[in-house]
Design a protein around this ligand. Sequence first.
Ligand code: ISL
Ligand code: CA
Length: 544
Amino acid sequence: MRWYKESVVYQIYPRSFKDSNSDGIGDLCGIIEKVDYLKDLGVDVIWLSPIYDSPLDDNGYDISDYYNILNDYGSLDDFKVLIEKLHQREMKLIMDLVVNHTSDEHPWFKEASKDINSPYHDYYIFRKTKKKPNNWTSFFGGSAWEFNHCTNEYYLHLFSKKQPDLNWENPKVREEVKKILKFWLDLGVDGFRCDVINLLSKREGLPNGSGLPILRGKDHYVNGPKMHQYLQEIKNDVFKNYDMFTVGECVLITPEKALEYIQEGVDELNMVFQFDHMGADNYFVKWFPRKFKLKRLKKALSKWQYALEGKGWNSLYLENHDQPRSINRFGSLTHRKESAKMLATYIFFQQGTPFIYQGQEIGMTNAHFTSLEEYNDVETHNIYKVGRKVFHLSHKNMMKKIKYASRDNARTPMQWNREINGGFSNEKPWLGVNPNYSEINVEECLNDPDSILYYYKELIALRKKHPIIIYGNYQEFYENSNDIAFYERNYLNEKLVVACNFTSKIQYYNYDLNDFKLILSNYKDDLVPQRLLPYQAKVYIKKV
Ligand code: ISL
Ligand code: CA
């Protein structure tokens, strides 16, 4: 057993969590203020989205100094206090590790882009060609190449042009990364969420990709040829010397490929974040939405449950800082509380380590912005331009897409109470607060015994009490239903059953519940065994 399997992780997006010094920006001291809130919720691990020095083109996923904290967020001393406070309470902390690219304002890139003979030039992927070296497109829209006038070359950026990709072929780059890892691990960090980790290795020759200008080139940089060599090296030189875990964000990953990284014994990574279930309401790219179908969500998650069973460990999530809020996507705004609890039940009782994204535990919903200017996210603005210029879509159409899919939907400030700006800050926040903060906030939840927050607390507590929730295997029923999700877990001499209604209508199922005991439901009464009220979730357990 490794402790990460039994943990529940809580993701903090520092800019939007809590502002302690009234500048409208969340910070480390704000997080420190809320450590007891997190402890009380029962989570074991905190994952911090990037807090390193950064010009914030991509809100910190563009790092200009790996050894320092962004001024907005505080100091290294604040960070040490945070770690200490968490460790005192037996909680752990993982950092975001962003090493596929740096900021273009990182000193390495500044040197590299000025001088072809600089030792840092080979830290990045430059090509001296008349035209763009190939037809790859960036994740944020447009070409993945930018011209650098100073050296008369193009450089590769799979994300924004202010995020040049590092050249992992260069052993010096790998040494730098190991140094960074050791620095934070020696400060007491307990692991890393590794950003787009399966993009590190680019195919030699950087050949053209095929298809539409969306993720074009992916065949040549997703799970590239040297991925295992790089990760093995890092594992052997760093990871294996610490009591820590990693979860690798792996775009476009299949369970088979994932196992090559996470299979027990291989342990290049401990878990991956996969994206299959994020396609339940779109055509694989969120800018092409389609109506949510439960069957798609279940099929994707069940596939991972079955494929990793006994071989590797799943990560379980419905939200993060890149995804719109799950109630808007898979639940219902008219049954907000019921559906938030039902979604929590559905995901939490599968096998794997659950990740809660800040605000999910109080049922926060998508942002309420009406103009493009209110959005901050670089992806949102880039995609708007691509949609208008390349695909010739109307402003109205693009705004509709953005309203549904923008990453800012999940980045609005955390709603703590009904005071100004939801108690996040006394000053105007860097990103607009959702006006629904007067109804949806932590304080309101703490005063309501029936709140989503207490339900999460109960879920976490149940997980600690019943090992079957962590270790049981997974068996799905009603897999073709678009209305209900239904699965069993089995472990030693126990059986657990989870039934969830994803509709606003009453649903029935056929399953012999004799001798089962109800251990959880999001409705107090009306617990007729084979019936589910709108968005109801029920969990039963029995000894076998
Ligand atoms: O958010 C996405 C689509 O809207 C994803 O394609 C996302 O860009 C991808 O999952 C990679 O995400 C990670 O790396 C990015 C950063 O912008 C994201 O916030 C991060 O989670 C580049 O570092
Ligand atoms: Ca602040």
